[in-house]
Design a protein around this ligand. Structure first.
Ligand SMILES: Nc1ncnc2c1ncn2[C@@H]1O[C@H](COP(=O)(O)OP(=O)(O)O)[C@@H](O)[C@H]1O
Ligand SMILES: [Mg+2]
Length: 335
């Protein structure tokens, strides 16, 4: 990793934290866990966030899942919410929680209803980017139940290799890379195990990068070099041999991917903080994959790695993410 000292220009891009007094946040609920397929990852992230906020003197408390959170908020227990739930279907990352919090007038971290909901849906994210002329891999959206025949027809249209994925999962669950026609049926079956629609996407061969966004600024990109074939669940949360290079690119290419990530984030109506996943082909062309609006904060997670490159440690990062729950300062738009 590049040290903050060797990268002074970037560090200057992040303004000073807005709050200096931990009391300015009031009593904070760190909502984690929940019922989505990403429950365990969320609990891991949430415990880390909770410990960091408390270490900074913030009056923060763990709350497991949305129903418990709403009960506590109605009882007046908390002034704001740090949302570190991951996942869809009321999992906390898809706009449902955000709508409930809006209706209770409780401030919360990260994107609002629209940005959360659009980002959770990979098909609609891509449709918005295409309308905005932002680059994303060619794809065919498929309704749930399209089955093997639908997936095979989509692969025919796109040409192999392709990647088959559920439209609304995370953590690489349900995703297959397909190089041979005979493997399409298994990929269709795997993706269909998850609720919702699916998509078949052109497989981009090259490098995988991700760009964290915090308070309207793109942090240095991270290039992910997995030991295995791709960045699957194991590489994300278990393996110790995945390599992370940060910044992932140099010079103009690094500036370009940061600008693309910010444009992609804003196009979906996102704000506060998040992470934009990108594939870069061998000609150096970037393709947007998805936006994560409540990215992981585990020991393997990427946003903390990018922040560390700027000399921002985990505690300060959590503080700054919590600040995204403040209303924008006068003259400052979202995000
Ligand atoms: N079009 C693609 N070309 C190449 N690799 C892809 C493509 N789409 C996804 N991947 C791989 O699958 C991983 C997960 O895909 P992504 O769309 O980010 O979904 P999620 O992280 O929500 O599961 C990526 O990190 C990447 O390694
Ligand atoms: Mg991803």
């Amino acid at each position: 990793m590049t040290s903050a000292l060797s990268n002074p220009g970037r560090a200057a891009a992040l303004p000073a934290p807005r709050a200096t007094d931990p009391g300015a946040f009031g009593r904070v609920a760190v909502v984690m866990g929940g019922q989505s397929s990403e429950r365990e990852v969320s609990l891991d992230s949430g415990r880390n966030v909770l410990a960091a906020l408390r270490a900074r003197g913030i009056d923060a408390h763990a709350v497991d899942g949305i129903p418990a959170l709403l009960d506590a908020l109605r009882a007046g227990h908390y002034a704001r919410v740090f949302n570190i739930l991951h996942g869809q279907h009321g999992g906390g990352e898809d706009g449902v929680l955000q709508g409930a919090l809006e209706s209770l007038h409780v401030p919360y971290t990260g994107s609002g209803v629209l940005g959360s909901a659009l980002s959770m849906d990979k098909i609609r994210s891509k449709q918005v980017w295409i309308a905005e002329r932002l680059p994303t891999p060619r794809f065919v959206p498929l309704r749930r139940g399209a089955g093997r025949a639908g997936v095979a027809a989509a692969a025919d249209e796109l040409g192999l290799p392709v990647i088959v994925k559920p439209a609304s999962e995370g953590s690489s669950v349900g995703i297959s890379r397909v190089f041979r026609a005979e493997d399409l049926a298994a990929a269709a079956e795997l993706a269909a195990r998850y609720p919702g629609d699916l998509l078949v996407e052109e497989l981009i061969e090259g490098d995988e990068l991700t760009v964290a966004v915090l308070g309207g600024v793109a942090l240095p990109s991270i290039r992910i070099v997995p030991k295995g074939a791709f960045y699957d669940y194991h590489a994300k949360y278990v393996a110790e041999d995945t390599q992370y290079l940060c910044p992932g690119l140099e010079g103009e290419a690094e500036a370009a991917i940061g600008a693309l990530a910010l444009a992609a984030f804003q196009a979906l109506g996102c704000s506060g903080w998040g992470r934009v996943d990108v594939m870069r082909d061998r000609q150096g062309r970037n393709f947007l994959l998805e936006v994560n609006t409540a990215p992981g904060m585990t020991s393997h997670s990427l946003v903390p790695k990018a922040a560390a490159t700027l000399g921002i440690g985990f505690e300060e990062l959590c503080w700054r993410v919590l600040e995204t729950s403040f209303a924008p300062a006068a003259g400052e738009g979202a995000p």
